[in-house]
Write a protein that binds this ligand. Sequence first.
Ligand code: FE2
Length: 380
Amino acid sequence: MSTDNTSLKLKKVVPDAEDFLPILGTDFVELYVGNAKQAAYYYQQAWGFKPVAYSGLETGRKDSVSYVLQQGKIRLVLTSPLQPEGDINAHIDKHGDGVKMIALWVDDARKSHEETTKRGANSYVDPYEIEDEHGKAVISGIYTYGETVHLFVERKDYTGAFLPGYKTYVPRTKSTETGLKFIDHMVGNVGWNEMNKWVEFYAKVMGFAQLVSFDDKDISTDYTALMSKVMSNGNGRIKFPINEPAEGRKKSQIEEYIDFYNGAGVQHIALATDNIIETVTALRDRGVEFLYVPETYYETLLDRVGEIDEDLEPLKELGVLVDRDDEGYLLQIFTKPVLDRPTMFFEIIQRKGAQSFGKGNFKALFEAIEREQDLRGTLN
Ligand code: FE2
């Protein structure tokens, strides 16, 4: 069994750090994309997200457009520019489609901004209030790795569909949910030797603690390697693993990401389900592509993880991975990049007690990713 004792215990990187930044949960994830209308269709039809809100020309917004979609507690915002130049165009030009905002739901957006900027965060936007007939919200924001931003969203005095300025979005097509519940974790890829800098940022600036520690010996194949540390906020609702490339014989997948994204950014978003077999079956039927897992992975699976509730056959058929830690096990699977650039992808995860991240699967997973890299000719 691949149990390890490094998991699950919060290790305070900054001793006695108080929770000066209480976070209620992930509020939304906003992607800057080239064509938000078509991206919205994809996330509705392939992923089963429901339309929630819209803002654009029809709501008096002239320069950009946003579609808000939701499934369970997961809220995606897809934003495209309507005019040349400006920040959104620059972001898409440099990075392709990708995550711009990881918005965090807080009780006090002013205090969140003050506490983090006084600890060294670079401000993205000072606190501002927005209002409509459904109430008011306060938003502020700071930069994290790359050009990625953490917005702080205070919405306790707001009862509308999303935020002031949005109207209800009613598309012509209906979507059926695929059982996705909430964001389990979001992983950032940062450049060479930058992991510890960002671990320290989350510790000092945001009061997070370190959950699990890997080193490159844990996560390496014949060719590629990476290092990863997981940062969590005080109540454990927000978990941000941070990866950096490590020296391997060939180019690591983290390096490939950094090359195509032109810098640090969000590598994957892990979405939780209560039934991974049903969820992945539905996603696959609708065209979501998952990484191939060699059949040999399943030959020794039960020896590695012990008894599990699920039948092996559907897991093998879908390519679902299993790992165990001291507290239980987890099932997980990774999509191929959902963009043409080999950058962002999704993970589907079902936890059965385990609170770790599938360390035992990393080798099997990376070998699968390397086969894909080889097909793209980017392994060298
Ligand atoms: Fe993950």
